[in-house]
Design a protein around this ligand. Structure first.
Ligand SMILES: Cc1cc2nc3c(=O)[nH]c(=O)nc-3n(C[C@H](O)[C@H](O)[C@H](O)COP(=O)(O)O)c2cc1C
Length: 587
C-alpha cells in the first residue's frame, strides 16, 4: 500500500456544525481521485515510525501461558467452528484466555529482511501498522488466577497489563445482567499509527482494522465455544471511562487512544444447560451497561503510564480528531439480544471435520503481496465463500450464523465483485446483496439501465446478480490505485455501504460502524481464502468515485468503503520467516 502520493492543497471549506455533515465532509475530503490522492505526508518519516507495541509503564504484567498449537485448548476443525452446537464451550481459565488473545490479536510470525525484523499478527492491519489495542475486563472467576479488573493486552509479551483494579463487587454489579462466566472485551485505536503513513485517510483504516479485530475476536471465541456480541447500546463516554482512555494523566505527551467498542463474551453451554432449548425460554441480555456503575468503576485505582510511540510527530492531522469527535456516540440505547444459539451458516451444512483446524487457518493467514494471474477457483468454492459472508438478514441477531451474530444491526454492506478466474462463471461484474431487502435501494442508486440477472448456477438462496460480462481485470487494477493484486487474482471486490441514509437516520457514529462491518467481511474472506488453499488481501487504497462510476452511483446513497482480492499468491522468498514467540523462548 505504498501507492499514496504527496498531497496537493485542499481548500478548507466552511463546514456545517451538524455532526453528520461533518462526517460526510471528512469522507468526501479523504477520497482518492485519479488526479489527486487524499492528503498524506507523501513520504515515510522513518525516524518517527510508530512503535507497534503499546505498553503501560508501571502496570503489572501477567504473562499468559505460551501454548503450543497442539496443546489444550485445541481448536475444532475450521468447518466445525461454523456448525451449530458442535464446539463445546470451555470454561474461562488462563489457558482459554491465552488462546483467545493469541488467536485474536496475537503474533503469527516475524519477518526478516537484512537488518529489519517486523512482527505479523493473527489480525491484519493496513500497512501492518496495527493501530488497534485490546482490553479485557475480568470479573472474579473461580479457577482464574487473575485479579479482577481491567487489563491491556501486550501482544509482544503475550501478557495482560493490569490497568485498573476494579472492586470485585462493583464488577459483579456491572455484569449482573449477563450470563455466568461473561467477560468484557474492548478495542481502542491509536490513530497516529496509521496517520503517520496514510495522513488524513487514516481514520478509515483504523476502523477497518477495528472491524477485522472484532472478527478475529468473534472467531477466536467460536473456537472455544463462546459467544460474543457488541455492546452497541453504550455511549462512547462510558466506553472511554471503562477503558481508561479518558485519563489524560496516563497519556501525558504521548499518543492517545480512541475508544472504539466493547463486546460481551460468554460461554454458551452454561446457558444451554440452564435453558430448555425453547426459544422463548432463552434469556435476553442487555447490549448496554449501567452508567452509574461505570462511573463508580472509573474511580479505579488505575496503574501505568502509556509509552511514547514516536519521538516526534512531524504533522498532526486535525481532520482525524475532527471526524473522531463528530462521530462520537453520544447516545445510549437499551438494546437487548437473546442469548440463544446461532444457526448454521448456509455454507456449513456439510462439515469437513477432517479439514484443517480453525487455529491452523487463523495462524497461517497472510496477505498476498502479489498474485500469479493464473490460479482459478471453482464456482462452488466461490459461492461457498459468498455464503459465509451472507448473514441470514431477516433473523434476529442471535439466530444469525457466526460471526454475524456479533453485530446488532442488519447488513449494510454489499459486494460488487470483479470475477476474473472462477471456473464455470463468466468473467464480469456481479453484485451480492447481503440483505435481500436492500435490492431496491441498490438498484435505485445505480444506473437504471443495468440488468440484474441472477448469477448462473448460483445456489437459490444466495442473492448474487450478474451485471456485466467481460474482462474486468484492467478495470479492477485501475480503480484499486493501479495495484496488480486486484486483477491478477481469481476475483476482487468493492464493499458498497448503505451510506448517507444510515448516517442521517442512525447518527454520525454509523460512520465507523460501516467500516467495522466491512472489516468483518474482510476477516471472514481472509480465512475462507486460506481454507480454500488460496490467499486474500485487503485493499484500502482505491479511487472512490471511479469505483462508483462503474455502476453509475452518482450520489452518497451508496459508497464503496473497502476492497478485497482473493487468488493464487506469489510469495516473496527474499523474506525470512521466524516463529511468532521466538523472542520469548527462555525468558
Ligand atoms: C484495512 C486494510 C487495508 C489494506 N490495504 C492494502 C492495500 O491497499 N494494498 C496491499 O497490498 N495490502 C493492503 N492490506 C494488507 C496489509 O498490508 C497487511 O494486512 C499487513 O501488511 C499485515 O500483513 P498480514 O495481513 O500478512 O498479517 C490492507 C490490509 C487491511 C487490513
Amino acid at each position: 500500500m505504498n501507492t499514496e502520493q504527496p498531497f496537493s492543497a485542499v481548500p478548507t471549506e466552511p463546514v456545517s456544525t451538524d455532526p453528520v455533515d461533518r462526517v460526510i465532509n471528512y469522507h468526501v475530503r479523504t477520497k482518492h481521485h485519479f488526479h489527486k490522492y487524499a492528503r498524506s505526508l507523501g513520504f515515510l518519516d522513518w525516524a518517527n515510525q510508530p512503535n507497534p507495541f503499546r505498553r503501560f509503564e508501571g502496570a503489572r504484567l501477567v504473562r499468559l501461558p505460551l501454548l503450543a498449537n497442539d496443546e489444550e485448548p485445541q481448536s475444532p476443525s475450521y468447518d466445525a467452528m461454523y456448525q451449530r452446537d458442535v464446539v463445546s464451550s470451555r470454561l474461562l481459565t488462563t489457558g482459554t484466555l491465552s488462546r483467545f488473545f493469541e488467536l485474536t490479536l496475537g503474533l503469527s510470525a516475524w519477518k526478516k529482511a537484512g537488518e529489519s525484523e517486523w512482527a505479523l499478527r493473527n489480525n491484519p492491519s493496513s500497512g501492518n501498522l496495527h493501530p488497534t489495542e485490546g482490553y479485557v475486563l475480568l470479573p472474579p472467576v473461580d479457577g482464574l488466577d487473575l485479579t479482577p479488573g481491567l487489563y491491556h493486552y501486550a501482544s509482544k509479551e503475550h501478557g495482560l497489563e493490569l490497568r485498573a483494579d476494579f472492586p470485585p463487587n462493583q464488577i459483579s454489579r456491572l455484569l449482573a445482567a449477563f450470563p455466568p462466566g461473561a467477560f468484557l472485551f474492548g478495542l481502542t485505536s491509536v490513530h497516529w499509527r496509521e496517520a503517520w503513513k496514510y495522513g488524513e485517510r487514516a481514520f478509515r483504516y483504523c476502523n477497518h482494522d477495528v472491524g477485522h479485530a472484532i472478527g478475529s475476536a468473534r472467531i477466536a471465541a467460536a473456537t472455544l465455544g463462546w459467544k460474543m456480541a457488541l455492546l452497541d447500546g453504550i455511549d462512547q463516554n462510558s466506553l472511554a471511562m471503562l477503558l481508561g482512555t479518558h485519563r489524560t494523566e496516563d497519556f501525558h505527551a504521548v499518543e492517545p487512544e480512541h475508544p472504539d467498542c466493547l463486546a460481551m463474551v460468554w460461554p454458551y453451554e452454561n446457558l444451554k444447560r440452564e435453558s430448555s432449548f425453547v426459544k422463548r425460554d432463552v434469556p435476553d441480555m442487555p447490549l448496554f451497561l449501567d452508567q452509574g456503575v461505570v462511573k463508580d468503576l472509573a474511580i479505579g485505582p488505575w496503574h501505568g503510564k502509556a509509552n511514547a510511540l514516536s519521538r516526534e510527530h512531524g504533522v498532526h492531522w486535525d481532520v482525524i480528531d475532527e471526524v473522531a469527535e463528530a462521530s462520537w456516540k453520544v447516545s445510549s440505547e437499551q438494546l437487548m439480544v437473546s442469548t440463544g444459539a446461532s444457526v448454521t451458516n448456509y455454507a456449513s451444512q456439510s462439515t469437513n471435520d477432517a479439514g484443517p483446524s480453525a487455529g491452523q487457518v487463523i495462524r497461517q493467514r497472510r496477505s498476498a503481496v502479489s498474485f500469479d494471474a493464473r490460479t482459478s477457483i471453482s464456482a462452488a468454492t466461490f459461492f461457498h465463500m459468498l455464503q459465509r459472508v451472507t448473514p441470514l438478514a431477516d433473523h434476529a441477531q442471535s439466530d444469525r450464523p457466526m460471526p454475524w451474530d456479533v453485530l446488532p444491526w442488519d447488513p449494510a454492506i454489499h459486494l460488487m465483485l470483479f470475477v476474473h478466474r472462477v471456473e464455470g462463471l463468466p468473467p464480469g461484474l456481479y453484485v451480492l446483496v447481503r440483505d435481500p431487502k436492500k435490492l431496491p435501494l441498490l438498484q435505485q442508486s445505480m444506473n437504471p439501465e443495468l440488468e440484474w440477472t441472477p448469477a448462473p448456477g448460483c445456489p437459490g438462496e444466495l442473492p448474487l446478480y450478474w451485471l456485466f460480462q467481460g474482462d474486468a481485470q484492467r478495470l479492477a487494477v485501475q480503480v484499486s490505485c493501479h495495484q496488480g493484486i486486484a486483477g491478477d487474482s481469481a476475483f476482487s471486490l468493492g464493499m458498497l455501504a448503505e451510506f448517507e441514509g444510515r448516517l442521517r437516520q442512525g447518527g454520525p457514529w454509523w460512520y465507523p460502524r460501516l467500516f467495522w462491518e466491512a472489516g468483518l467481511v474482510g476477516q471472514v474472506l481472509y480465512l475462507e481464502a486460506e481454507a480454500a488453499g488460496v490467499r486474500g488481501t485487503g485493499i484500502g487504497c482505491f479511487f472512490d468515485d471511479p469505483v462508483h462510476e462503474i455502476v453509475g452511483i452518482k450520489d452518497l446513497s451508496i459508497q464503496s468503503l473497502y476492497h478485497f482480492t482473493i487468488g493464487g499468491p506469489v510469495d516473496d522468498d527474499r523474506l525470512m520467516t521466524l516463529p511468532p514467540y521466538h523472542h520469548l523462548k527462555g525468558s
